[in-house]
Write a protein that binds this ligand. Sequence first.
Ligand code: GDP
Ligand code: MG
Length: 574
Amino acid sequence: YPPERIRNFSIIAHVDHGKSTLADRLLELTGTIKRGHGQPQYLDKLQVERERGITVKAQTATMFYRNELNGPGTSEAHNPSSFLLNLIDTPGHVDFSYEVSRSLAACQGALLVVDAAQGVQAQTVANFYLAFESELTIIPVINKIDQPTADPDRVKAQLKSMFDLDPSEALLTSAKTGQGLEHVLPAVIERIPPPRGIINSSLRMLLLDSYYDEYKGVICHVAVVDGTLRKGDKISSAATGQAYEIVDVGIMHPELTPTGVLLTGQVGYVVTGMRSTKEARIGDTLYHNKSIVEPLPGFKPAKHMVFSGLYPADGSDFEVLNHAIERLTCNDASVSVTKETSTALGLGFRCGFLGLLHMDVFHQRLEQEYGAHVISTVPTVPYIFEYSDGRYVGSVITLCSERRGQQLEYSFIDSQRAFMKYRLPLREIVVDFYNELKSLTSGYASFDYEDSEYQQADMVKLDILLNGQPVDAMATIVHNLKAQRVGRELVEKLKKFIDRQMFEITIQAAIGSKVIARETISAMRKNVLAKCYGGDVTRKRKLLEKQKEGKKRMKRVGSVDIPQEAFHQLLRVS
Ligand code: GDP
Ligand code: MG
């Protein structure tokens, strides 16, 4: 396939507007996957994605599509009406915008999906600007037109006023009933330009993503920008200078399908004999040995908003956790990891995440995909900044000033959109600021931030003591004016989540030597066998096994067992 007959595009949308469903329909339409009624979405491969109904990882699939208007030819690859289309599904949630911009680097166009009833939402705006800044051709798709409350004309007017998109260019679809879907791929072919690479130039390819496969080893997703890549080629990494040989190369159709070659403009996979996914640097440029090339622009590094310690729930599982984190960070390069030790929890890691949902998902993936049981500590923050836009200007200003924000800029982009810039302590936005902002503005405000320099502030260290012993992993830094309230809430929360034990437990919050809040949990002997009236030995054993399993998730501090849930609940207090 020459570049003129290749199209690389992505689907972007606010969460739940129907990206993944539309992607599945397109895969079915081109015969890439079989029609599966009520099947889970094909591109949402991770268990956590299916459970939560969200897309976390961008996935790529190659489809072959014959534009019937141009008549049949002999072989597909030489048929002028046959096209190779690479579809890249993207996550919608703000926490995963890092994945979105990564996918867009390999695309020339994007389908901007908008729910016909809900209209333009915050992530529609955020994703539109990501695509716009990457200079992609944008095709508006108004989806879910089958809904009784659908109002495509209103959505068209919004697309015009917000993004200056021509309403006559909007496609009307229902990914559910199939209505209008036949116009989508012809529009992709006609409106989105082919990849712009140079066929006869030296090879340059962009490393988009990588993961570890038990049988094949490290698998890299790549976009060939210039030149041609063949099996057996010797390549080098611009980032590390390391040389590799291409052991296998092919496309995702949608499973790995060897082709022996990838041409200019194609997106596919390579297996290079890399030993660890650490070698596969996302955003790296790979080129043929001995050729001299200018590296491609990489990706913006991820912005970490939430930092939290991750510790094995059972001290001896450190190696398991180490291995799991190593594997998972290859697949999610947006997490930063450094080793850390805690007197209470032992050896562990300090990880930086893009947001709380991202942290939760990472945690869940560690358990589900790698069987690592983890305890995470209260998230902490380094530094701040933020923007916001929305129509609910008054309540946003109130929110920001309650959170000790300082307004830097305030302007109107048009009659419907305001732009505000604040300097805010990161401490104040990390836990629930985003949710609060969303609910105050009926979901319309979108939010982004940049680092600012450190500011002087009146902060105190708030310690949590169990039976007089400080628990370092629970210590937190808070503003002096809020210390009293936070301390009270923390001890009350802990009281709820720590089970009674065989002795009395006192929980205290203290600043230095000054105790500011205190609760006690009275002693109780917990006997799991109490309900087995003698007799049945196997049932007893089962219960004891179950108790042991439950204990795994506990962390012993001094002599007190603290369930994972208690650590988790501390996140919700700030
Ligand atoms: P994503 O978050 O943008 O990937 O959205 P999904 O594809 O997961 O879809 C969100 C929900 O909307 C799912 O329950 C879909 O079944 C539903 N949905 C998707 N497209 C349509 C449509 O055209 N009409 C209706 N009525 N529902 C749809
Ligand atoms: Mg999805």
